[in-house]
Write a protein that binds this ligand. Sequence first.
Ligand code: ADP
Length: 524
Amino acid sequence: MKILWSVSAWRGCLEGCLVGMALLLITFSAMVEAPPLAISMFFFLTMVAAAGWAGLRVRLTAGPWKKVLITEGFHSLGMAAGLVVGVGAFLAVSGHLDLLQKSHVGQWGSIFFLGLGAPGYLGVRVFSYFWRFWDYLRRTRYVWGLTHTILCLIGAVGALALVTAIIYTAKVDQINLSEIPADSIFGRVVVWIFTFLLISLLAGFVGASIFTLPAVGFSYWVARRLTGRLDHLVETANALRQGNFSARVKVEGQDEVAAFQENFNNMAADLEKSTRTLQEERDKVARLLTLQRELTAGISHELRTPAATLTGYVDSLRQNLDQQTPQSIRHDLEIIAHEAGRLQNILNDLLTLSQSEADRLSLKLQPVAVEEVMRRAVDTLAPLAWKSKRVQVVADIKDGLPPAWGDALRVEQIILNLIQNGVRYTPPGGAVVASASLAEGGVLLEVADTGEGIRPEDLPHIWERFYRADNSEHVGEGVGLGLALVKELTEAMGGSVDVESAPGEGSVFRVRLPVCDTIATFLR
Ligand code: ADP
């Protein structure tokens, strides 16, 4: 619990008056008997006790100095008035009001002594404010902290010297001056000075021998505190240098070293943050490089097969043209046309993907009537799917669908890709259903099939370029770019994709596209 400068003005001044009056009460019986001069001194002491107590108890005021001055003046007057009234009432009740007159300074003099409580209180307050300032200085500035320590030591030595001097002076008093063989005032003064010098020397010696050891210990302790904190800083700096970026120093106190410790910690935090960012960037670049390498390998691999087929057929045609029948030439040319088309498709997909990666994909964004696009895609693919694989492709489209915001050709490309995949991975007798509806936050396009489904370990990767589930049944049927393209195109139009699938239970691919409303159109 804090005792000094911790209570309100009312309470502090009241406590002060009560302390003064308690002192008066304790010394009252002696006071009644005392001679006039002593009575005055009793009143004076009462005032000192009251002013001292109140001055040390009342909370210090903060704010501009004019406000502090007015507040403190007001409190001092209140305290003194309270003391005069309190003492007067006490004397009147106890029937000794005459003590005021009996005092050496008379009735008004006694009241004046009690009234001195006001300047007395103010004096204690001036000291208090000075102490507060000094306390702040010594806590925040190392040099003032050290000065304070030394001053405390000097004060202690001085106090001891004073006590010793008083004791010795009392003894010297007992010396009979008339015995000193000096017949002049000068001689006696010399003897007195000599005696006091001796006493001071002795006091100094006693003080020094008592305080030297504690002073040395204390200075060592103070210095050790500082060097200990600096050692800790050096250790932490070394840890940082060795790569431990989470190392921090403990901030102790409020002085310059503490400010340094705090700055050091801030600097370490900045360093940690920028290093983490750099590491993240480095990892990203490394990931991109790996992706790029895989991509190059994937592209060369995928282009090699159609290119080799093309070269093989063209060479064979060139060398055996004379021996070939028109039917076999037509057959070879059809294979060449098919492979050339495949090559062109792969190159187109790759071009689209790289444009989207470089943010150069040109999209013609406009309101898209999704149901129309979907119906067209289903109409295009359904006959072929039935003829070649006995897979039914149907559309299930809700009426009154609002237009989506996108590029009509790209939306069609997305739907075609998903339906083609559905047909490819669905065995004969199955079905692919393409539906469109309004869902939370956009238009939802769904392509569901009753096909073979996707294994859980493949699911996270199917959107990657050139990723193909390890399935010998479908070797040579695709290159693994279709879903990557679906994802890139959808996201470029501000939409999102996801899939739900389990082996043997078919798959549902979902594409969400933003709805085209007038405000959205305006903002774009
Ligand atoms: P691909 O040209 O191989 O079809 P995609 O990128 O379109 O390439 O698809 C990647 C992989 O995802 C496919 O190899 C296949 O394993 C799986 N997949 C895509 N669609 C379906 C589907 N409807 N049913 C089952 N598996 C699918």
